[in-house]
Design a protein around this ligand. Structure first.
Ligand SMILES: *Cc1c(COP(=O)(O)O)cnc(C)c1O
Length: 356
């Protein structure tokens, strides 16, 4: 199916809320654009999608997503480039991952071309919400949830696929402090860690809160079996530069979310002729490197923050300092390049920017 054959019904908002936005004090993810996308699954098929004014939706008290957690999401961003055009970063990759998450959660996958066109059309309609202010973007949140009105455990027969968008500034305003977690787990082998399933995030809140009480921003998750291998941090994948080499946990286990930012960073760095090691990364090697000064860089990679440089790694009672941000040649270069590709300042030789 080509995108030109996909049609949605469109009902425009009577007036825009954009003039009420305080761009200088924009909280992350609390302000929403004028429209949203909605498409329902019933009678064994997807019905016609619609773009309608942003508004609350009615909910039956027995709606199954709320009771049993059949609920998945995605997160991506639209940018205004230096020529005034709007581009979305690699939506085809999010479409694919959304299908995989749906399958794992026993939900009907949204066809990839409908997923991408729903986002494209919604962003086109709310184009003036994509500002050219430096560091800002339009965060796009597609989600799919079960809507059967039934208090019984089985895959729902009905679903809603929705997309909402929210203008955002920078996610982390300072380098992050992360703590190696050796008790709680985010994901176990055979579980749903690879899916962007809502329950994974609900389950992570309590452990994350414990580390925040100790002055950290996020946990650095380790494997559920032995707490011996590093997995990822919060909603970011993690990368380390040790003794000149860029190292990141491999994705062969189904406990790590397959990040699009991470994949892109790997492609970028490899295009510079630098080797990236995707393999099991032990807690011990990271801690040892931090102690003996061979840990040159550490950073989280994900859509919300793009590149979040790590300032401190907590390990048991130790606070291991990563070298000063100004000395981080690699992550600073990656950060600048990723931003420059998105804003069109350097040519997108990878074909990552999808034009709205
Ligand atoms: C979304 C997410 C990431 C980052 O993925 P991107 O595609 O780069 O945004 C990493 N880890 C987890 C747990 C996530 O939910």
């Amino acid at each position: 199916m080509s995108t030109s054959t996909i049609n949605f019904s469109i009902k425009k908002a009577l007036d825009s809320k954009i003039n009420q936005v305080d761009w200088e004090n924009l909280p992350f993810g609390k302000v929403f654009s004028d429209h949203m996308f909605l498409m329902e699954y019933s009678d064994g098929k997807w019905q016609e999608g619609e773009i309608i004014p942003f508004a609350p939706i009615p909910m039956h008290p027995a709606m199954s997503a709320v009771h049993y957690g059949q609920s998945i999401f995605e997160g991506l961003k639209a940018y205004r480039n230096k020529d005034g055009e709007i581009t979305i970063f690699r939506p085809d990759m999010n479409a694919k991952r959304f299908v995989e998450s749906a399958e794992r959660m026993c939900m009907p996958p949204v066809p990839e071309e409908i997923f991408v066109e729903a986002i494209r059309k919604l962003v086109e309609i709310d184009a003036n919400w994509v500002t050219d202010k430096e560091g800002y973007s339009l965060y796009i949140r597609p989600f799919l949830f079960a809507t059967d009105e039934y208090v019984g455990i089985k895959p729902s027969d009905t679903y809603k696929f929705m997309v909402i968008t929210s203008p955002v500034g920078a996610y982390y305003s300072e380098p992050v402090r992360i703590k190696i977690e050796e008790h709680y787990t985010r994901a176990a082998e055979g579980g749903v860690g690879r899916a962007k399933a809502a329950g994974n995030y609900g389950a992570s809140l309590y452990p994350a809160k414990q580390c925040q009480l100790q002055g950290f921003h996020q946990l650095l998750w380790t494997d559920a079996r032995e707490h011996k291998y590093v997995e990822e941090s919060g909603t970011m994948n993690i990368m380390f530069q040790i003794g000149g080499k860029l190292i990141t946990p491999s994705e062969d286990s189904d406990t790590i979310l397959r990040g699009i930012t991470k994949r892109s960073v790997i492609e970028l760095v490899e295009s510079w002729g630098m080797e990236v090691e995707e393999r099991k990364v032990t807690v011990e090697e990271v801690v040892t490197a931090a102690r003996n000064g061979t840990l040159e860089d550490a950073f989280g990679v994900g859509t919300a923050a793009t590149i979040a440089q790590v300032a401190v790694i907590g390990y048991r009672d130790e606070r291991l300092e990563v070298p000063a941000i100004e000395t981080r040649t690699l992550s600073n270069k990656i950060k600048n390049h990723m931003d420059a590709i998105k804003t069109g300042e350097i040519e997108d030789t990878f074909g990552w920017n999808f034009k709205v």
